[in-house]
Design a protein around this ligand. Sequence first.
Ligand code: GLC
Ligand code: MG
Length: 425
Amino acid sequence: MDRLKNAARLMIVSDLDHTMVDHHDPENFSLLRFNTLWESFYRNDSLLVFSTGRSPTLYKQLRKEKPMITPDITIMSVGTEITYGSSMVPDDGWVEVLNQKWDRKIVTEEASKFPELTLQSETEQRPHKVSFYVDKSKAETVTKQLSEIFKNLGLDIKIIYSGGMDLDILPQGAGKGQALAYLLKKFKSEGKLPTNTLVCGDSGNDAELFGIPDVYGVMVNNAQEELLKWYAENAKNNPKIIHATERCAAGIIEAIGHFNLGPNKSERDGVDLTEYKMKNPSPAHDIVNIYLFYEKWRLAEIDNSEIYLASLKASCSPSSVWVHPSGVELSLNSLLSVLRKCYGDQQGKQFRVWVDSVITTQVGPGTWFAKFHKWESFGEARRGAMISVVVSAKEGDAFDGYTYMHVHQTWVDEAVNENNLPVWF
Ligand code: GLC
Ligand code: MG
């Protein structure tokens, strides 16, 4: 990734459904915890990779349903499609690799002869992936028979069973593991092999990730039978792989702590990180905290105390301007009075605030330019803004926080591209 000048400190490669995203948690509590942690401490020197079985269509749908941040790299359709950045630029080199010994038409024809197999929806049929549903009791036999047929036809095919129901047929060189190996090779050739890599998964199509040499791995607590079976047969003695005691994203955070890969607590966990902040000042961490405060303030999850407003006031330059998305310029005093009025207005409601892609660039001594997206969700509805800020470290011998010099916001609802991601131009 060109965004990082050096090798990533940590690269997280995570599956989405039932790993990063907990479909049994309507509050999305652990996902929000992960987001806060990542944006506070990792975004600026690490890489986030989502590796999902979903097609681009279903991936974009999930982004609309859940409070997800934007990965640096998106691997979709079980490792058959790799894209970069928020504009999702495809890796054409990977497509070429996958074209070898692959004939989609023959694969579909042969597999369709099996009455046990039911074709998945049209969106999930991709150039290098043909997907079916099959009953758990029939999966093994069908897989064996299909492999035999393809072998006799001279096709190099891989069959993967996941979630106790999905059967994917891919080129032999495809899959989540091969896609990761391809990326690691690419990073290595650029001299930017991540210092640590952590892979995270819950089901059959994730197994390959755990087979990549030198990576740490976490099978989340709610991992499927087929993954645990693979682990027992293939990787039981690998100390770099754990079966977490926590579900989904909480299991990922648990693994970060277990393997000592970096900070594993953020203010969203209700911990006081004042000391840490003094030692490791970071404008990104500060920005994340301001919006966490804003969420808790409107939820009335913190006291209605003027002390908070006074501290916010002290963090803004008296001459600072906040440009609201409507184009109106808010002075510091009017901003504070708006905030004072909305204390607790979302109490007991499903109101959440999260920031995404908080990228900070130092533009002068003690001065940073930062840009990020801020999302507010009200139950099912959500509203996004693109924000840029200029912040300065307060002057003095010891670190004493930041001063916000300028904040500029624009709505992103209308300014999203076809990937439902904000556009800058
Ligand atoms: C996702 C995909 C589906 C695939 C499954 C397992 O659910 O939408 O097509 O079969 O992952 O890889
Ligand atoms: Mg999964």
